[in-house]
Design a protein around this ligand. Structure first.
Ligand SMILES: Cc1ncc(COP(=O)(O)O)c(C=O)c1O
Length: 380
């Protein structure tokens, strides 16, 4: 049973304007990928300033496609170069960042993270590049940008592709440019509890036109969906490369598009609450808040603090009707990843003390004051 007085850590946002267009779409006679997907993609391309976008059925599908393309840069006939190709990645994330690496038949090489921000360490990436490295993945924890330029510089010097997992990062900016414009592949999630939800969905942004054209095919079995006069695309078009069924449908696109209009106001609330906490914890020696990368603007999907008594504080906050959580624990301890184990002191330190407290659009001014007071009172 849900406690109605509990201040949640996550909340689903659905626009009040959804009912009419949603009913119209469901009864329109076209609920697969069609006009609503095209409209949503046009809105997103304009807002983010990058035309190389495909909408997908999840962020995980976006990551799977990015790994597929980075591992097989020209084409793929169905044989993985198993256990040879390497992807450098972080364990401080959702397992969805890393399971598609195994599903793509590649090896995981863990890089360490900054013990406070949880961002992957550019120096450790550099240490771990080998002749078998095909890509490096950075995760913007809570929507706070990693050192994107440095990572791109290191990777590109070594001829390696870069992937940004921005599942937490809707609305994030780095050096004045919006997410989706910095690396070879960038992925957003539109899953239920993200800033903008399409119920489930994902966005894959690409730097190159060539990857974009390829992703358009791979998201639907490898088949070119462009409608051409007199050609039955299912029966008459050659399929050069095996693809997936990862496309977004019109119902999800409609929901995503209506919700997306609210992004500026939602982001503002997340950011205002975060700035309030930054001030509140400034002089509190028992609480170390994760501050925004000065080169960017965090989307603040999460507000993260470090406290020595993390597990105890989490229980105490729960008893005070404040939900808090680690959200994601280090991935490298799962048995599916056991063969890739390595020493990661930054990961160890981050994972021992990190805690996320409610910061989203639903947290009122009174609630954030109450949360900050209780954290300061019980943090050790
Ligand atoms: C860091 C991270 N990456 C990837 C994903 C997967 O996104 P999706 O649920 O849209 O597949 C999530 C999910 O929340 C996530 O938190």
């Amino acid at each position: 049973m849900q406690n109605e007085n509990m201040i949640p850590l996550f909340k689903v946002f659905v626009s009040k304007d959804i009912d009419k267009p949603l009913l119209e779409t469901i009864h329109s006679g076209w609920i697969g990928e069609g006009p609503r997907v095209q409209e949503f993609e046009a809105v997103l391309k304009k807002y983010f300033g990058n035309d190389n976008l495909v909408t997908l059925n999840s962020g995980t599908s976006g990551l799977h496609l990015a790994y597929h393309m980075a591992l097989h840069q020209n084409d793929y006939k169905g044989y993985y170069n198993s256990n040879v190709d390497e992807i450098i990645t972080t364990p401080i994330t959702c397992t969805a960042t890393n399971t598609p690496i195994l599903c793509n038949g590649a090896k995981i090489i863990w890089a360490d993270v900054d013990p406070v921000t949880g961002s992957i360490s550019p120096e450790d990436i550099e240490n771990k590049i080998t002749k078998n490295t095909k890509a490096v993945t950075m995760v913007h924890w809570g929507g706070n940008p990693c050192d994107i330029d440095k990572i791109n510089e290191i990777a590109h010097k070594a001829g390696i592709m870069t992937i940004e997992d921005g599942a937490h990062s809707m609305g994030m900016e780095y050096k004045g440019k919006k997410f989706g414009n910095h690396s070879d592949f960038s992925v957003n999630s539109l899953q239920a509890i993200k800033h903008v939800t399409s119920v489930d969905g994902g966005l894959l942004w690409m730097k190159s036109e060539k990857d974009y054209q390829r992703a358009k095919l791979l998201k639907w079995y490898g088949i070119d969906r462009t409608i051409r006069e007199g050609i039955d695309l299912r029966c008459e078009i050659d399929v050069p490369e095996a693809g997936y069924k990862f496309h977004m449908n019109d119902v999800c696109a409609l929901i995503g598009n209506v919700n997306f209009k609210h992004l500026p106001e939602l982001l503002k609330k997340h950011r205002d609450n975060a700035k309030f906490y930054d001030k509140a914890f400034k002089n509190c020696s028992n609480v170390l808040p994760v501050l925004e990368n000065p080169n960017g603007k965090s989307a603040y999907w999460l507000y993260t603090i470090h406290v020595d008594n993390r597990d105890e504080l989490m229980q105490k906050l729960k008893s005070l009707n404040i939900m808090s959580s680690k959200v994601h624990a280090r991935n490298d301890t799962h048995s599916m990843f056991s063969e890739f184990k390595s020493e990661l002191p930054g990961v160890e330190a981050f994972n021992r003390t990190h805690l996320c407290i409610p910061v989203g659009w639903w947290v009122s001014e009174n609630q954030r004051e109450y949360i900050a007071e209780q954290v300061i009172k019980y943090a050790k």
